[in-house]
Design a protein around this ligand. Structure first.
Ligand code: GTP
Ligand code: SPV
Ligand code: MN
Length: 650
């Protein structure tokens, strides 16, 4: 198909190029940036909540062509066109009609399969290349002038060398293909906390995903034209050859170059590449935090609402916690999702931390989703959802491990299902769906100010050591707790599954700079806040000797969150242990839940022997960061070690 650059240009009413007309959005929270034409300068009106992002009218011919909105963007597109030599260029408007058109095209070309329209209306299946099913951390690089700025936590390459390598791969790589230009905004389109980017890709599947996952299209490009600043993300699927695959980040240039994968975080550049790796770098210089966190609102039976943000590593329960359904035995609680994967946290003028979700959709783990674990998620993905790498039943319904019914006949690779070849759905199979399909979507998710955060929660997937929940002594100790997160690896990244590794703040794969500098930045942000959130650590994944989970998880996790809110409001005391503050058993609401007393004891125990070993391991890990490691973290380790000695003695 030919792109539509230039076609019918005579019909458009040109408003000229306004790129770079106004300075970047101001940092002071809540002030809505002007648009360079004297409009929209008003300060944020409290109480006014946008339910809908502005969608462009369908009368496209009356609007200027996208290619004329921003000179900086069109110059870049032109240079990429010359390099990659596509058959056509298509600028994405971001309308539903356009998504429909892309979908039809992918169906025609045999890339998408329409799922049973009776049970799954508007749903489709995409099968990725079998060697392209997850993020590739070993092929992901941070390219900064100084190697130390990337830190021991990242793969590093010299920017000149990386550009040269990528240039070679990108040369002529889009011949015979369409080049899609996707302008996008991460965050509510009118929020001063949002940031924009443009992804160029030769994958219609990636374009389709980006249109669900971000606020993509004309409004984003209009904002870029006003801001004059955007992240450049260049992506090509190349030949999908794992040996010619690289995900390169140039934080100093606000640029991303990704080649050879069409999957998730490797290819949807607004997500991990921009909203975490590049944004974390920007956030450090601008005084905020870009984190791998869900954001959820909890309304208690008394009508008190608190927002919390939680960082768990990939495939460790963020989407599920963000969409939690309160158990029947905890009547009166309501839960609202603001975000399920990424949070941008800004110190507000009131001394609190305010969060926006930069994303507009969910790219969620499919296996395990069922009416028992999460009815909302299960219902959400029954319509207008793009499935990647699930299995099929005989009547073209999607199927995955963890469903209570249905029989898979075709596996995720499109072969006749044979259990001896492994699971029917890939363990990292995903759904892409608009956040607006979520029955518990918070109206505050569109609030340009974001939401105020009462508690930050770190967590990991650990069969042992880490108790169900504990509270950090204070912010600096909370930074140590975050920096010490360890978790079993999952199918979200290529590599061995189930191996415990350090994953500080759940950001090991995503921090765009040296962790030592990042922890220092965390300490500094905390010092600036006058109303700091409390910091907690949770572990829903403790197991007994037989390998069975000790805690029921999912909706029942609300009991733990309720205790945190009691702590935030100063309603209950807590038990001092060496590692932090634990609930007294009587303060966890266990009404209507049967967990054996021995299990609960194990869940709330701090074993001094295991923990001394754990602290030695944490110390050894942190010391790898050398002299850049903030001394405050070492001091916090010492305090904890001391506390553990006393615990052993006591
Ligand atoms: P990413 O999208 O990769 O960042 O994952 P995520 O952190 O959003 O994880 P998600 O909520 O999708 O859960 C991943 C897997 O863990 C799924 O198979 C869930 O069913 C399972 N899971 C989530 N929450 C719990 C829990 O509380 N207990 C147990 N046992 N399993 C859980
Ligand atoms: C994760 O791995 O943390 C994800 C999926 O959320 S991906 O978009 O592939 O990064
Ligand atoms: Mn994630």
């Amino acid at each position: 198909m030919r792109g539509y650059t230039g076609t019918g240009a005579a019909l458009y009413v040109s408003r000229g190029v306004s790129g770079g007309a106004s300075p970047a959005a101001p940092q002071a929270a809540w002030v809505v940036a002007g648009n360079g034409r004297g409009e929209g300068r008003a300060a944020y009106e409290p109480g006014r909540i946008r339910q809908e992002e502005p969608r462009m009218a369908t009368a496209a011919p009356l609007l200027s062509p996208l290619s004329q909105l921003s000179r900086a963007v069109s110059d870049w597109v032109e240079s990429v066109r010359a390099l990659t030599q596509p058959a056509g260029v298509r600028w994405c408007e971001g309308t539903d009609a356009e998504s429909g058109e892309l979908t039809s095209r992918l169906i025609r070309e045999g890339e998408l399969t329409r799922l049973n329209p009776e049970y799954f209306p508007g749903c489709h299946l995409y099968r990725s290349s079998p060697s392209d099913v997850a993020r590739v951390e070993h092929l992901t690089y941070i390219c900064t002038r100084s190697r130390e700025d990337a830190g021991p936590n990242n793969n590093w390459m010299d920017p000149g060398e990386a550009h040269a390598k990528m240039r070679e791969l990108f040369t002529g790589c889009m011949r015979g293909r369409t080049l899609y230009v996707i302008p996008y905004c991460m965050g509510p389109i009118d929020s001063p906390l949002s940031r924009c980017g443009v992804e160029i890709t030769d994958s219609a599947y990636v374009a389709l995903n980006m249109m669900t996952m971000t606020r993509a299209g004309r409004p984003a490009l209009e904002r870029i034209a006003r801001d004059g600043k955007f992240v450049r993300g260049l992506h090509s699927i190349g030949e999908l050859d794992p040996n010619r695959r690289f995900i390169m980040h140039f934080p100093e240039e606000l640029a991303i170059e990704s080649f050879g994968s069409g999957y998730g975080g490797n290819a949807l550049l607004g997500k991990k590449c921009h909203a975490l790796r590049i944004a974390s770098w920007q956030a450090r210089s601008e005084g905020w935090l870009a984190e791998h966190m869900l954001i959820v609102g909890l309304e208690s039976p008394k009508g008190e609402t608190h927002y919390i943000a939680c960082a768990f590593p990939s495939a460790c329960g963020k989407t599920n916690l963000a969409m939690l359904i309160p158990p029947a035995s905890l009547p009166g609680w309501k839960v609202f999702t603001v975000g399920d994967d990424i949070a941008w946290l800004h110190p507000g003028p009131d001394g609190r931390l305010w969060a926006i979700n930069p994303e507009a959709g969910y790219f969620g783990v499919v296996p395990g989703t069922n009416p028992e674990t999460n009815r909302n998620a299960y219902e959400m993905i029954r319509r207008d959802t793009l499935f990647t790498n699930v299995a099929l039943t005989a009547d073209d319904q999607p199927w995955w491990e963890g469903l209570p019914s249905g029989v898979p006949v075709t596996d995720w690779q499109g072969r006749r299902y044979d259990p001896s070849r492994g699971p029917a759905a890939h363990p990292n199979s995903r759904f892409t769906v608009s956040a607006k399909r979520n029955p518990s979507y918070s109206p505050r998710a569109e609030d340009p100010r974001g939401v105020p955060i009462s508690a930050l929660v770190f967590g990991g997937r650990r069969r042992e050591v880490a108790p169900l929940v504990y509270e950090a002594r204070d912010w600096p100790h909370g930074v140590l707790v975050g920096a010490s997160v360890a978790s079993e690896t999952t199918a979200a990244a290529v590599g061995q599954v189930g191996v415990v590794r350090r994953d500080p703040m759940a950001m090991q794969p995503f921090c765009g700079y040296n962790f030592a500098d990042y922890w220092r930045h965390w300490l500094e942000v905390g010092a600036k806040l006058s109303r700091r959130p409390k910091i907690f650590h949770v572990n829903w994944f403790r197991r007994n000797a037989k390998g069975k989970f000790l805690w029921p998880g999912f909706g029942e996790n609300l009991r733990v969150l309720a205790w945190m809110l009691d702590r935030c409001s100063g309603r209950v005391p807590a038990a001092e242990t060496g590692i932090g503050l634990l609930p007294r058993p009587e303060d966890l609401n266990m009404q209507g839940l049967s967990v054996e007393a021995a299990s609960l004891r194990a869940l709330l125990a701090v074993d001094p022997v295991l923990w001394r070993k754990e602290m030695a391991d944490i110390r050894a890990y942190l010391e790898k960061f050398g002299s850049r490691l903030p001394a405050e973290l070492l001091a916090q380790i010492e305090t904890t070690e001391h506390g553990l000695e006393n615990l052993a003695a006591g």
